[in-house]
Design a binder for this molecule. Sequence first.
Ligand SMILES: [Mn+2]
Length: 294
Amino acid sequence: MSLYAQNISADDFLEALETAKEENRLSGFRTGQRVRLPASGEVWMTGDLHDHRTNITKLIKAADLANNPHRHLVLHEIIHGDHYDPDGAEDSWKSLYLAARLKCDFSNQVHFLLANHDLAQVFGDGIMKAGQSVCDAFHKGLKRDFADRYHYLEAAVSDFLLSSPLAIQTENGLWFSHSLPRNDEIDGFDYGVFDRELNGEDYKRRTGAAYQLIWGRGVRPDGVAKFAEKVGAKLIITGHQPQEMGYHFNGDQHLIIASDHNQGVYMPLKLDADYDMEMLQTRIRKFVALDIQV
Ligand SMILES: [Mn+2]
């Protein structure tokens, strides 16, 4: 059965977004912008999802959170995919709804990470794809599907996206965030951002700490080492930089993964294992290898 429900009403969507937002904010694992996972159980890390409905469906079915109460699932960069209509409207809000519902049902097990596409959508910052603004396309999709209620949904989507933490950290030395600051921003980065509420300055282009973290590209292994030391992490997994083969080792402390295409991957990890990069490599799983009906 498809996880993508038909005929989702504006009220259903609003309620899912509001509840998921509250769960994000009130999470017992969260302090400031950081979620600290418990020292036992599992966490499944993913890369950018971008409304890839086959992979999202496989992930949710394989994770089977209901029957695995000590399993955590990390989701990020869910919106802005390839489901366009001829008028240029795209409806990745459907994956966002599914993710929000999952958070409502498994609030202690589902964790989001703020991503740059989220910020772009919230602040109307144009990200262009094939000459079209993906933010306008998302907006058009809401307008097409929710007519006169779309304003409310747009506001609720923004509130929900902004309620996501910046980072997830584990007792066994893992750090997950959407991306990392650029190499030349690592030294001046405001590491205090993880321990407080965000303000308008944090989202500012180039200078904001949240902006630098989730928009940053091209950090080098020496920058990764500095960042890891500052935040008390051993190994870092992020998405954000597209990976044709699904993953890339950026030195011996940073793994970049992608979940938004046929070669995309996810990583089932133990919260009590002492990982090094070589061991992490053995935890990479391809979605194509998952024999699950979607
Ligand atoms: Mn990104």
